[in-house]
Design a protein around this ligand. Structure first.
Ligand code: SF4
Ligand code: SF4
Ligand code: SF4
Length: 262
Protein backbone atom coordinates (compact mmCIF):
# COMPACT_ATOMS: atom_id res chain seq x y z
CA UNK A 1 0.00 0.00 0.00
CA UNK A 2 1.37 3.37 -1.00
CA UNK A 3 1.32 6.26 1.43
CA UNK A 4 0.08 9.58 0.11
CA UNK A 5 1.74 12.87 1.06
CA UNK A 6 0.12 14.55 4.04
CA UNK A 7 -0.62 18.19 3.07
CA UNK A 8 -0.51 19.26 6.72
CA UNK A 9 2.91 17.74 7.41
CA UNK A 10 5.96 19.98 7.68
CA UNK A 11 7.97 20.59 4.53
CA UNK A 12 10.84 22.65 3.14
CA UNK A 13 11.11 24.51 -0.13
CA UNK A 14 14.54 25.09 -1.60
CA UNK A 15 14.68 27.67 -4.40
CA UNK A 16 17.84 27.47 -6.50
CA UNK A 17 17.21 30.93 -7.97
CA UNK A 18 17.41 32.58 -4.54
CA UNK A 19 20.32 30.68 -3.04
CA UNK A 20 23.47 32.80 -2.72
CA UNK A 21 25.72 29.91 -1.69
CA UNK A 22 26.53 31.30 1.75
CA UNK A 23 26.40 27.83 3.40
CA UNK A 24 24.60 29.30 6.41
CA UNK A 25 22.07 26.45 6.22
CA UNK A 26 24.80 23.81 6.39
CA UNK A 27 26.63 25.67 9.16
CA UNK A 28 23.43 25.97 11.19
CA UNK A 29 22.73 22.29 10.70
CA UNK A 30 26.16 21.42 12.06
CA UNK A 31 25.80 23.82 14.98
CA UNK A 32 22.37 22.52 15.93
CA UNK A 33 23.68 18.95 15.98
CA UNK A 34 27.07 19.81 17.53
CA UNK A 35 28.85 18.34 14.52
CA UNK A 36 32.44 19.16 13.55
CA UNK A 37 33.28 20.73 10.20
CA UNK A 38 33.01 24.00 8.35
CA UNK A 39 29.60 23.66 6.75
CA UNK A 40 31.29 23.98 3.37
CA UNK A 41 31.70 20.25 2.73
CA UNK A 42 30.60 18.94 -0.66
CA UNK A 43 29.61 15.40 0.32
CA UNK A 44 27.06 14.17 2.80
CA UNK A 45 28.59 12.16 5.61
CA UNK A 46 27.80 10.99 9.12
CA UNK A 47 28.25 14.51 10.50
CA UNK A 48 27.16 16.44 7.40
CA UNK A 49 23.41 16.25 6.93
CA UNK A 50 23.23 18.84 4.17
CA UNK A 51 25.60 20.32 1.61
CA UNK A 52 25.42 23.31 -0.71
CA UNK A 53 26.88 22.43 -4.10
CA UNK A 54 28.35 25.11 -6.34
CA UNK A 55 26.99 24.39 -9.81
CA UNK A 56 28.69 27.36 -11.50
CA UNK A 57 27.19 30.60 -12.84
CA UNK A 58 26.27 31.64 -9.29
CA UNK A 59 23.89 28.73 -8.91
CA UNK A 60 23.83 26.50 -5.87
CA UNK A 61 21.98 23.33 -5.04
CA UNK A 62 21.31 21.93 -1.59
CA UNK A 63 21.37 18.22 -0.92
CA UNK A 64 19.69 16.66 2.10
CA UNK A 65 17.14 13.99 2.95
CA UNK A 66 13.98 14.60 0.90
CA UNK A 67 11.74 13.19 3.66
CA UNK A 68 9.75 11.16 1.15
CA UNK A 69 6.04 10.62 1.75
CA UNK A 70 6.47 6.91 1.05
CA UNK A 71 10.14 6.35 1.90
CA UNK A 72 12.12 3.45 0.52
CA UNK A 73 14.40 3.57 3.56
CA UNK A 74 11.41 2.84 5.80
CA UNK A 75 10.17 -0.07 3.73
CA UNK A 76 13.64 -1.53 3.23
CA UNK A 77 14.62 -1.56 6.90
CA UNK A 78 13.91 -5.05 8.27
CA UNK A 79 13.85 -3.93 11.91
CA UNK A 80 11.80 -0.75 11.67
CA UNK A 81 14.63 1.62 12.49
CA UNK A 82 13.23 4.24 10.09
CA UNK A 83 9.86 5.91 10.61
CA UNK A 84 7.88 8.38 8.55
CA UNK A 85 6.40 10.65 11.20
CA UNK A 86 3.02 12.34 11.03
CA UNK A 87 4.86 15.62 11.39
CA UNK A 88 6.74 15.01 8.14
CA UNK A 89 10.39 14.15 8.87
CA UNK A 90 11.63 10.61 8.32
CA UNK A 91 13.53 9.69 11.48
CA UNK A 92 15.91 6.94 12.45
CA UNK A 93 16.24 4.98 15.69
CA UNK A 94 19.84 3.84 16.15
CA UNK A 95 18.71 1.57 18.99
CA UNK A 96 16.82 -0.64 16.53
CA UNK A 97 19.40 -0.56 13.72
CA UNK A 98 21.29 -3.83 13.13
CA UNK A 99 23.70 -2.31 10.60
CA UNK A 100 22.51 -4.12 7.47
CA UNK A 101 22.57 -0.82 5.54
CA UNK A 102 19.61 -1.82 3.34
CA UNK A 103 18.38 1.76 3.81
CA UNK A 104 21.49 3.05 2.08
CA UNK A 105 20.85 0.83 -0.92
CA UNK A 106 17.14 1.59 -0.97
CA UNK A 107 17.26 5.38 -0.80
CA UNK A 108 16.66 6.73 -4.31
CA UNK A 109 18.48 9.95 -3.42
CA UNK A 110 21.61 8.34 -2.01
CA UNK A 111 21.24 10.09 1.34
CA UNK A 112 21.89 7.82 4.36
CA UNK A 113 25.52 7.60 5.46
CA UNK A 114 27.30 5.10 7.69
CA UNK A 115 29.74 5.74 10.52
CA UNK A 116 32.46 3.60 8.98
CA UNK A 117 35.15 4.82 11.36
CA UNK A 118 33.31 3.88 14.56
CA UNK A 119 33.57 0.49 16.31
CA UNK A 120 29.77 0.37 16.66
CA UNK A 121 28.58 2.35 13.65
CA UNK A 122 25.07 3.53 12.94
CA UNK A 123 23.39 5.16 9.96
CA UNK A 124 23.16 8.94 9.85
CA UNK A 125 21.03 11.34 7.85
CA UNK A 126 19.10 14.62 8.18
CA UNK A 127 16.48 14.24 10.89
CA UNK A 128 14.37 17.14 9.67
CA UNK A 129 15.17 18.90 12.95
CA UNK A 130 12.32 16.87 14.38
CA UNK A 131 12.80 18.09 17.96
CA UNK A 132 12.77 21.73 16.89
CA UNK A 133 9.73 21.17 14.70
CA UNK A 134 7.89 19.38 17.51
CA UNK A 135 8.34 22.58 19.51
CA UNK A 136 6.91 24.61 16.65
CA UNK A 137 10.29 26.00 15.61
CA UNK A 138 11.61 26.09 12.04
CA UNK A 139 14.45 23.79 11.07
CA UNK A 140 17.89 25.19 11.79
CA UNK A 141 18.67 25.46 8.09
CA UNK A 142 15.47 27.38 7.41
CA UNK A 143 16.05 29.76 10.27
CA UNK A 144 19.60 30.48 9.11
CA UNK A 145 18.87 31.18 5.45
CA UNK A 146 19.21 34.92 4.77
CA UNK A 147 17.76 34.77 1.27
CA UNK A 148 14.50 32.82 1.69
CA UNK A 149 16.09 30.21 -0.54
CA UNK A 150 15.16 27.64 2.10
CA UNK A 151 11.75 28.22 3.64
CA UNK A 152 9.51 26.00 5.73
CA UNK A 153 5.83 25.42 6.38
CA UNK A 154 3.21 22.79 5.81
CA UNK A 155 3.48 20.73 2.66
CA UNK A 156 0.45 22.43 1.13
CA UNK A 157 1.83 25.86 2.02
CA UNK A 158 5.21 25.10 0.48
CA UNK A 159 3.61 23.69 -2.64
CA UNK A 160 1.43 26.80 -2.95
CA UNK A 161 4.44 29.05 -2.37
CA UNK A 162 6.44 27.21 -5.02
CA UNK A 163 3.63 27.49 -7.56
CA UNK A 164 3.16 31.16 -6.70
CA UNK A 165 6.83 31.85 -7.36
CA UNK A 166 6.58 30.05 -10.70
CA UNK A 167 3.38 31.91 -11.65
CA UNK A 168 4.83 35.31 -10.72
CA UNK A 169 8.11 34.69 -12.57
CA UNK A 170 7.39 32.23 -15.36
CA UNK A 171 10.56 33.17 -17.20
CA UNK A 172 12.72 32.40 -14.20
CA UNK A 173 11.61 28.93 -13.21
CA UNK A 174 11.30 25.56 -14.78
CA UNK A 175 7.54 25.05 -14.31
CA UNK A 176 7.77 21.91 -12.19
CA UNK A 177 7.93 21.71 -8.42
CA UNK A 178 10.40 18.89 -7.89
CA UNK A 179 9.08 16.69 -5.11
CA UNK A 180 5.39 17.22 -5.77
CA UNK A 181 5.09 13.85 -7.49
CA UNK A 182 8.57 12.33 -7.67
CA UNK A 183 8.87 9.03 -5.76
CA UNK A 184 5.28 9.53 -4.66
CA UNK A 185 5.95 13.01 -3.29
CA UNK A 186 8.49 14.34 -0.83
CA UNK A 187 8.52 16.83 2.04
CA UNK A 188 11.39 18.76 0.48
CA UNK A 189 10.64 20.65 -2.71
CA UNK A 190 13.15 22.11 -5.15
CA UNK A 191 12.50 24.95 -7.55
CA UNK A 192 14.90 24.93 -10.46
CA UNK A 193 15.69 27.86 -12.74
CA UNK A 194 15.65 25.90 -15.95
CA UNK A 195 14.11 22.79 -17.39
CA UNK A 196 15.25 19.75 -15.48
CA UNK A 197 15.39 16.45 -17.31
CA UNK A 198 14.95 14.63 -14.00
CA UNK A 199 11.51 16.17 -13.46
CA UNK A 200 10.40 16.16 -17.09
CA UNK A 201 6.82 14.90 -17.37
CA UNK A 202 6.70 14.79 -13.61
CA UNK A 203 8.99 11.86 -13.11
CA UNK A 204 12.73 11.57 -12.60
CA UNK A 205 14.78 9.31 -14.81
CA UNK A 206 18.35 9.64 -13.72
CA UNK A 207 20.53 7.81 -11.27
CA UNK A 208 21.19 9.07 -7.75
CA UNK A 209 24.21 11.29 -7.74
CA UNK A 210 25.92 13.59 -5.31
CA UNK A 211 26.82 15.78 -8.27
CA UNK A 212 23.54 16.30 -10.07
CA UNK A 213 23.62 17.62 -13.61
CA UNK A 214 21.47 18.04 -16.66
CA UNK A 215 22.42 16.94 -20.15
CA UNK A 216 25.68 17.42 -21.96
CA UNK A 217 29.20 16.69 -20.79
CA UNK A 218 29.83 16.36 -17.07
CA UNK A 219 32.92 16.35 -14.89
CA UNK A 220 34.07 13.04 -13.48
CA UNK A 221 35.90 12.93 -10.10
CA UNK A 222 39.26 13.38 -11.86
CA UNK A 223 37.98 16.52 -13.57
CA UNK A 224 37.86 14.96 -17.06
CA UNK A 225 34.91 15.77 -19.24
CA UNK A 226 32.80 12.87 -20.41
CA UNK A 227 29.41 12.37 -21.96
CA UNK A 228 26.42 11.57 -19.82
CA UNK A 229 25.83 7.87 -19.43
CA UNK A 230 22.96 6.22 -21.24
CA UNK A 231 19.92 4.65 -19.57
CA UNK A 232 21.15 1.07 -20.05
CA UNK A 233 24.44 1.82 -18.31
CA UNK A 234 22.51 3.56 -15.54
CA UNK A 235 20.24 0.56 -15.13
CA UNK A 236 23.16 -1.86 -14.96
CA UNK A 237 25.15 0.19 -12.48
CA UNK A 238 22.24 1.50 -10.44
CA UNK A 239 19.38 -0.98 -10.34
CA UNK A 240 16.00 0.28 -9.15
CA UNK A 241 15.71 0.97 -5.45
CA UNK A 242 14.04 -1.58 -3.25
CA UNK A 243 10.91 -0.98 -1.21
CA UNK A 244 7.66 0.74 -1.99
CA UNK A 245 9.33 3.73 -3.61
CA UNK A 246 11.43 1.34 -5.68
CA UNK A 247 8.41 -0.66 -6.79
CA UNK A 248 6.68 2.55 -7.78
CA UNK A 249 9.78 3.59 -9.71
CA UNK A 250 9.99 0.28 -11.55
CA UNK A 251 6.29 0.43 -12.39
CA UNK A 252 6.81 3.86 -13.90
CA UNK A 253 9.90 2.75 -15.77
CA UNK A 254 12.25 4.80 -13.65
CA UNK A 255 15.63 3.25 -13.01
CA UNK A 256 16.54 5.47 -10.09
CA UNK A 257 16.13 9.00 -8.78
CA UNK A 258 18.23 12.11 -8.54
CA UNK A 259 17.86 15.69 -7.60
CA UNK A 260 16.99 18.21 -10.27
CA UNK A 261 19.78 20.16 -11.84
CA UNK A 262 20.37 23.02 -14.18
S1 SF4 B 1 15.49 10.67 0.73
FE1 SF4 B 1 16.21 8.60 1.20
S2 SF4 B 1 16.70 8.63 3.40
FE2 SF4 B 1 15.38 10.43 2.96
S3 SF4 B 1 13.27 9.71 3.36
FE3 SF4 B 1 13.65 9.42 1.14
S4 SF4 B 1 14.36 7.27 1.01
FE4 SF4 B 1 14.57 7.88 3.17
S1 SF4 C 1 16.30 19.95 8.44
FE1 SF4 C 1 17.69 20.08 10.25
S2 SF4 C 1 18.92 18.20 10.11
FE2 SF4 C 1 17.98 18.50 8.08
S3 SF4 C 1 19.48 19.69 6.88
FE3 SF4 C 1 18.08 21.20 7.85
S4 SF4 C 1 19.12 21.74 9.78
FE4 SF4 C 1 20.07 19.84 9.08
S1 SF4 D 1 21.52 29.64 3.79
FE1 SF4 D 1 20.07 29.95 2.12
S2 SF4 D 1 21.16 31.25 0.64
FE2 SF4 D 1 22.70 30.43 2.05
S3 SF4 D 1 23.47 28.55 1.03
FE3 SF4 D 1 21.78 27.91 2.38
S4 SF4 D 1 19.93 27.93 1.12
FE4 SF4 D 1 21.53 29.11 0.02
Amino acid sequence: MAFLPNPKSRALLFDVTRCVGCHECAKACKASHSFPGTGEETELDATTYTVVLDKGDDRYLRRMCMHCADPSCVSACPVGAFTKTELGPVVYDAGKCMGCRYCMIACPFNVPRYEWSKPIPVVRKCDGCIERQREGKPTACTEACPAEATVGGTREEMLAEAKKRIAENPGTYHPVVYGENEVGGTNVFVLSPVRSSSSDEGRPRQRPDAEPHLGGPVEDPQGRRRRRRGPLRDLLDHPPARGRGGRRARREGVTSMRLPSF
